[in-house]
Design a protein around this ligand. Structure first.
Ligand SMILES: Nc1ncnc2c1ncn2[C@@H]1O[C@H](COP(=O)(O)OP(=O)(O)O)[C@@H](O)[C@H]1O
Ligand SMILES: [Mg+2]
Length: 133
């Protein structure tokens, strides 16, 4: 990816991290890249989790939300971060490699029904001070 790919902010750019081999950093690098682009660079970002059927990034999001919801300090930090950023965490959409592009396009078109089955309260900002992140 380079800056010229992203000059037109209305044109979606699809970025895939893929390899057959497990344990090489696909999940880690996806979350880091998405967070960098969304939180630091200000781009609209959606993660399409193609790690079917375990959907590990969606699972991480769910655990994060549960942990924040169960702790007053984390709730306060999440609220402060949400307020400071003026936006919630980027969406994590469950899909499969075959359907990834259509999943992303459905989301972009605003008619997505493919969000992972998480509670609305899961759409919280991730908290950088949370040791789980
Ligand atoms: N650049 C890295 N350096 C060291 N450890 C890493 C790095 N990237 C990922 N890991 C660790 O390697 C393990 C597997 O990473 P993960 O992102 O789950 O891989 P994958 O999604 O490809 O299966 C995790 O414990 C993760 O923390
Ligand atoms: Mg993974």
């Amino acid at each position: 990816m380079n800056e010229s790919n992203m000059e037109n902010e209305k044109t979606p750019l699809y970025v895939a991290f893929s390899t057959q081999k497990g344990g090489v950093g696909k999940t880690t690098f996806t979350v880091l890249a998405a967070s960098y682009l969304y939180y630091l660079k200000g781009y609209d970002v959606a993660v399409v989790d193609c790690d079917y059927p375990q959907h590990s990034i969606a699972g991480m999001r769910k655990r994060d939300a549960e942990q924040v919801g169960a702790d007053e300090d984390y709730k306060r930090m999440a609220y402060e971060q949400f307020t400071r950023l003026g936006k919630k965490a980027y969406p994590v959409l469950c899909s499969s490699p075959e359907k990834a592009i259509s999943t992303a396009d459905e989301y972009i078109d605003g008619k997505s029904s493919v969000r992972c089955p998480l509670k609305p309260s899961d759409s919280i900002p991730l908290c950088p001070n949370n040791p789980a992140h």
